[in-house]
Ligand binder design. Structure first.
Ligand code: NAG
Ligand code: NAG
Ligand code: NAG
Length: 410
């Protein structure tokens, strides 16, 4: 402010108030930027010429400042552009990497989380897996890979995971809850076949109501073959049993399940179905809920599979068994035949088992038992390649071709 005053004290003739304002403005700008003012540099201005000189100097300064200002604005714009570019570059990189990873995943979509873990993936989360084989069968499925369990777990989720209150109805199985999995049945079956073990946890909370009472089964679950099952733990087809019954600690020791006691308080039966041939559970059926005082809830876990199924005795018997053992690449394989031979076959792993071209016999044979032959040649043989023999004395296992009399490639 003191600077402005100084200017107004330089009593020169102004052509208009506007000029004064400009000068004052510049003065304040100059002051705030801490620079010395032009008027101070001219001591005691006397003539109009002095004043004109001051104004001219200031006008030059205004121009310079204006230029500087324009340049700064340009610089800022440029910086903004650079910033945007940088951002989009970073985003692009992330996006590109995601796309790349996705593409890679698609190429090598592992059959199970187990395979994923063996590839070094340690993060628990959802992944795409393809139990029934890449590039054939059903499309890949989304599963939860729990990498913290040992062995790691492949978990197929469904739409009935929550603790659900069962609607009142009196008759056996009158309540029905179909289970919709986040995977096709074919994929789940393939997952079960490839795993060492699978299970599905189920819990029935009950208040004054039984699963089975007076020889009537009010509740059951439906296995994947659409058969009703009355066991609520382990693998006990044809029995009605719960985990407390198996460990003999049910609230009524004479009954196989806690709920079957129909106690007027919340009780529960909880277990894991471990019969892989029955899994996954496709439907829940409950009933026996007639009175208001009776209550029940169900909770069903996901299909959890762990480990790798033991591979069949080597060598396999067919391309089909090789596939079950986890071979996914098309190529030549040795299979053992019932005749005790090893045959070289071509397995087109990209085709379905039922396809006529799935397993092609190449005609290649290896006799599994010892091979004996005694052949001879009496004339000179002077080149490499196929040796033809002139006579065959012993030919166990038919490794020698008696018609062409050639055998060994050197
Ligand atoms: C049963 O479900 C109802 C409704 O979701 C809930 O309020 C109740 O606490 C559940 N009971 C048990 C024992 O889980
Ligand atoms: C396993 O489940 C299948 C299909 O439900 C059944 O046929 C078989 O008997 C069950 N095995 C056991 C041991 O429960
Ligand atoms: C090799 O054997 C063939 C017949 O078996 C004969 O015609 C040829 O001359 C022989 N060559 C040599 C280098 O001995």
């Amino acid at each position: 402010m003191s600077c402005v005053k100084e200017i107004s004290r330089t009593e020169f003739k102004m052509r208009g108030i506007a000029s004064l304002l400009v000068v004052a403005l510049i003065a304040s700008t100059e002051c705030s930027s801490g620079k010395k003012l032009a008027p101070n540099s001219v001591s005691n201005p006397k003539s109009v010429a002095d004043l004109e000189e001051i104004i001219s100097t200031m006008m030059t300064k205004i121009e310079d400042l204006a230029k500087e200002n324009t340049q700064l604005k340009l610089d800022i714009t440029q910086l903004k552009v650079n910033d945007e570019k940088m951002k989009s570059l970073v985003e692009n990189t992330v996006e590109n990497r995601l796309q790349y990873l996705e593409a890679v995943t698609r190429q090598i979509t592992p059959p199970t989380c187990e395979t994923l873990a063996s590839l070094g993936v340690t993060r628990t989360g959802t992944y795409l897996v393809d139990p029934d084989g890449v590039l054939r069968g059903d499309p890949p499925i989304q599963v939860l890979c729990d990498m913290k369990t040992d062995p790691v777990s492949t978990i197929v989720l469904h739409d009935a995971m929550e603790n659900t209150e069962i609607d009142h109805c009196p008759d056996p199985g009158c309540y029905s809850r179909g289970i919709a999995y986040h995977a096709s049945m074919k994929q789940m079956q393939a997952l079960i076949e490839q795993s060492e073990s699978c299970e599905q946890k189920i819990r029935y909370d009950c208040f004054s109501t039984a699963l089975t009472t007076s020889n009537t089964d009010y509740a059951w679950w439906v296995d994947r073959h659409e058969e009703p099952q009355y066991y609520w733990a382990g693998a006990h087809a044809g029995e009605h049993v719960c985990s407390c019954g198996l460990t003999e600690n049910c609230i009524d020791p004479t009954l196989p399940c806690n709920c079957d006691a129909e106690a007027p308080e919340w009780e529960s039966d909880e277990g894991a179905i471990t019969n892989g041939t029955a899994l996954p559970i496709t439907e829940l059926r409950f009933g026996g809920l007639q009175f208001d005082g009776q209550k029940a809830n169900h909770t069903l876990g996901g299909l959890i599979c762990q480990g790798k199924a033991a591979s069949p005795d080597n060598p396999a018997e067919s391309c089909s068994s090789l596939r079950k053992a986890g071979h996914t690449h098309a190529g030549y394989y040795l299979i053992s035949t019932k005749e005790g031979r090893l045959d070289v076959v071509f397995c087109r792993m990209n085709l379905e088992d039922t396809d006529v071209d799935f397993q092609l016999d190449t005609g290649g044979r290896i006799v599994e038992e010892s091979v004996y032959f005694n052949v001879y040649r009496t004339s000179m043989w002077n080149s490499t390649g196929v040796i033809t023999f002139e006579g065959i004395e012993v030919n166990m296992g038919d490794a020698m071709s008696s018609s062409s009399r050639l055998a060994i490639l050197v």
